[in-house]
Design a protein around this ligand. Sequence first.
Ligand SMILES: [Zn+2]
Length: 316
Amino acid sequence: MDTAVPGQRDPALFSLSEVTWAWMHNRTDWGYSNSGLIVSRGQGLLVDTQFTLDATRRLLAAVEEICPLDAVRTVVSTHQNGDHTWGHRLVPQAEIVTSVASAESGCHEMGPEQLTLLAHSAAADKASMYVAEHFGHFDFTDVMVVAPTRTFEGREEVRVGDMVVELIDLGAGHSAGDVAVHVPEERVVFAGDALFSGAHMVVWSGSLSGCIRACQVLLDTGAEVFVPGHGALLDRAGVVTIQRQLSDVAEASGAYAQRGVPLADAARLIKASHAGRWAHPERLFTQTAAGYAEAGVPGVPSSTWAMVEGMASLAS
Ligand SMILES: [Zn+2]
């Protein structure tokens, strides 16, 4: 299944069923995230906003064609990365729901001012140049980080009109706390960055096993349509492919860790063997580092900046 329209660069709202829509970018570059919409009997639930206020305004204009904005009473935040949350201030009437782990991880996220400084810095080190290349074109003017207003743990059912919507706390995987939104009657899951489609996953949490486990939780919902945080729609086979790829990297990184191969070398070897055709193979650094951390290798870096340095180095 692929919603990508050749040549089309603008995001658009795709109908998945009578009550579910996906706002999708036809690209896998950093920062272009997908959002979700559920509308039933005049009530709306939005899954994630966008990176910039401009991008969020475009999303909300499309939402308004389906449901008045003041009827969107809930925004579910799948995790706290800016590309999914920095538009929250444009939905002030909604409660913002996420998991306890996700909400707690928000304190450690880079803010819009810091990212703007980094993206426009003239520093010539690889990491700074990587950030400038991938984030320099975004305008974070007037972005204010809005914290979640309600949290949950485990699973929670919310009602949107006639629809029962299940919020699933996936725990640590892509981020320190990921959440998925499942609409059982429609067999649709909004996965946030627990799934990347057409691109390699970034692992910020240090838990590759958490990413693999999250894929299984998503498959166990029995859903047929999966909206990833980035890239085109996925079917069940697509999720299985991602899970297998993550498992292969976990196995390879575990083996290199056991042989005492330095992390940077292991990441290069894994990129050479596992890059395939997906975008951003440099993100395999973060997967390898997570594999090393889980194998108990001492001193594995885990900070956001260390991950950026590792990716920048692997990209060059
Ligand atoms: Zn994202």
